[in-house]
Ligand binder design. Structure first.
Ligand code: ACM
Length: 542
């Protein structure tokens, strides 16, 4: 009987944990006890004498300082809140333990990154006002007594942003990264080049700035209406700005993956450098329509030189392991009609134009690998044969991901039906114009990244999950936020929390509190009180 009662009490404690610990993504294990520790007037944060750990302590101190009006002091070693190096191998590179007791809060981790995630949890254990940019009076700054052990399910938890269809200012990109970090995601995939605009400075090719970053006009309303606004549009990041974003992301333990599209989605580059296309004499114009263009790179030696020069500068700028080369939606019509392309197919003994696409990707893979990096591309890079070091982003469903994992290639799952945040999230009649499709919060949340079709060995190649944000219909930062959160919050939990630990009803309850944090951060998520303040393109206003 005693044991039964003890079990019952423990169950109640665990159960109550989920009633009051509204952490997103949901941690692996949470035990609560009655009571809470309160921040002191002069709370000290203790951290190891290591610059990265001290940086994590500083980030926490800065946030607490902003919201409470009292910036905690940082001390070496033990504080009221202590960041502590742990030797516990079961925490991995990103896990942490958080203990809140009458003596204060301890966050243990093997790495500063793990401690940073512990800090994210600590912030979510505090009242939501801790996310305020300015001091909030009258709040009891308490942390419930808890013991948390938390380790992510997948190593890759990403969010992509297309800045080609609509350019997003640096300040917004930083805010996007803040939200990635808040949700314990660790990859920001920056889609920097496409038909409708080239957005990254490449010193060797200055016309990418003066020509490729500008378009004559932009589509108005939905693609099917074929209307244009008649207004010139442009946007571009200098290499200094790119460095600034990378540093900002590093400070939040977010890796930035640049995407440079090839061999398709090349029209903006061709507008400046027509000699890299099928017809050097053609007047190419930066795309004004959405969709896919037939104008693609022609795989001449001159084109490889351009692509390698561009990648060289990109590799020098971006320190992360992955370099994304697109590889998707490359129409083959021009290669079919080109004497040069057909001769190359014969000379190289390739089967057809898909073989030629594979030839291009393999050469680029070799180049990127020679620089000590890893190439990643959309699942079309499987066509004509996967190159040896490729990592695959599976977007046309999960079949590409399954095929790649079976060939022992790493995979990031980002299938359209679950992870495309440009889809409608509610009845289109009630929503601003969007790409199409229907992916609501529940659908995103329901995604299971590891397909049952894979063996345990193959499943190890599923690195994780990513939300994709294509901005054809998202003209402003506010509109991007409207489309992205809270669906990206759901995907963050898919990437972090175990399969067994996930439950949509429970998530939805925690989300109600989480939305208040997003309100504090000024995020115009779907359903936010701010939604009415912004102009969107509504169907009736097209
Ligand atoms: C894609 O959506 N074209 C990767």
């Amino acid at each position: 009987m005693k044991r039964f009662l003890f079990g019952l009490i423990c169950c109640m404690l665990v159960h109550s944990a989920f009633a009051q610990v509204n952490v997103i993504p949901k941690p692996t294990q949470v035990l609560t006890a009655k009571g809470a520790w309160a921040l002191k007037a002069k709370t000290k944060i203790g951290a190891p004498a290591d610059t990265t750990w001290a940086h994590v302590a500083n980030m926490l101190a800065a946030q607490l300082g902003k919201a409470t009006g009292q910036v905690p002091n940082i001390v070496k070693g033990k504080g009221d809140i202590s960041l502590v190096v742990s030797g516990d191998a079961s925490l991995g590179e990103e896990g942490y333990r958080l203990l809140s007791t009458p003596k204060g809060v301890t966050i243990q981790a093997r790495t500063a990154k793990g401690a940073f995630y512990g800090v994210q949890t600590l912030l979510q254990l505090l009242p939501v006002e801790v996310f305020s940019e300015t001091p909030v009076a009258g709040v009891k700054w308490t942390v419930p007594y808890v013991t948390i052990k938390d380790v992510p399910r997948y190593p890759y938890r990403g969010l992509m942003l297309d800045v080609c269809r609509h350019f997003m200012p640096i300040e917004f990109v930083k805010k996007y990264i803040d939200l990635i970090a808040l949700h314990k995601q660790n990859q920001f995939h920056w889609h920097l080049t496409d038909d409708q605009g080239w957005r990254i400075e490449i010193k060797k090719y200055p016309e990418l700035k003066t020509i490729s970053s500008k378009r004559k006009e932009t589509m108005k309303g939905h693609y099917r209406d074929q209307k244009f606004d008649g207004k010139p549009y442009e946007g571009f990041y200098t290499q200094d700005e790119i460095r600034e974003v990378i540093k900002y992301a590093q400070d939040r333990f977010v890796n930035v993956i640049p995407e440079i599209e090839m061999p398709g989605h090349a029209l903006a580059a061709l507008a400046a450098y027509p000699q890299l296309g099928n017809n050097p004499d053609k007047i190419y114009e930066v795309g004004t329509k959405w969709g896919v263009y037939d104008d693609v790179f022609m795989p001449r030696e001159e084109t490889f030189k351009f692509l390698e020069d561009v990648l060289k500068e990109v590799i020098d700028l971006f320190p992360g392991k992955y370099i994304h080369i697109g590889g998707d939606e490359c129409p083959k019509v021009q290669w079919k009609e080109s004497r040069f392309a057909q001769d190359l197919i014969r000379k190289e003994g390739l089967k057809d134009e898909h073989g030629l696409q594979s030839y291009v990707i393999k050469r680029i893979d070799k180049f990127i690998t020679s620089k000590g990096r890893r190439m990643i591309g959309w699942d079309e890079i499987l066509e004509g044969g996967l190159s040896p070091n490729a990592t695959v982003m599976s977007w046309r469903g999960i079949d590409g991901g399954i095929a790649a994992a079976k060939e022992r290639h790493d995979v990031v799952m980002t299938p359209g039906g679950f992870c495309y945040l440009d889809h409608y999230q509610a009845d289109p009649k009630t929503q601003p114009v969007a790409f199409g499709g229907f992916t609501d919060l529940a659908k995103s949340y329901s995604f299971e990244p590891t397909p049952e079709a894979l063996s345990a060995e193959e499943a190890r190649h599923i690195l994780g999950v990513q939300g994709n944000v294509w901005t054809e219909y998202m003209k402003t930062p506010a509109y991007v936020q409207y489309m992205v959160w809270p669906r990206a919050t759901a995907l963050a939990e898919v990437g972090w929390t175990s399969k067994e630990g996930r439950n949509f009803e429970d998530f939805s309850k925690r989300l109600e509190i989480h939305k208040k944090r997003l309100d504090m951060l000024g995020v115009n998520y779907f359903g936010a009180p701010t939604n009415d303040k912004f102009e969107y393109v509504w169907p009736e206003k097209k």
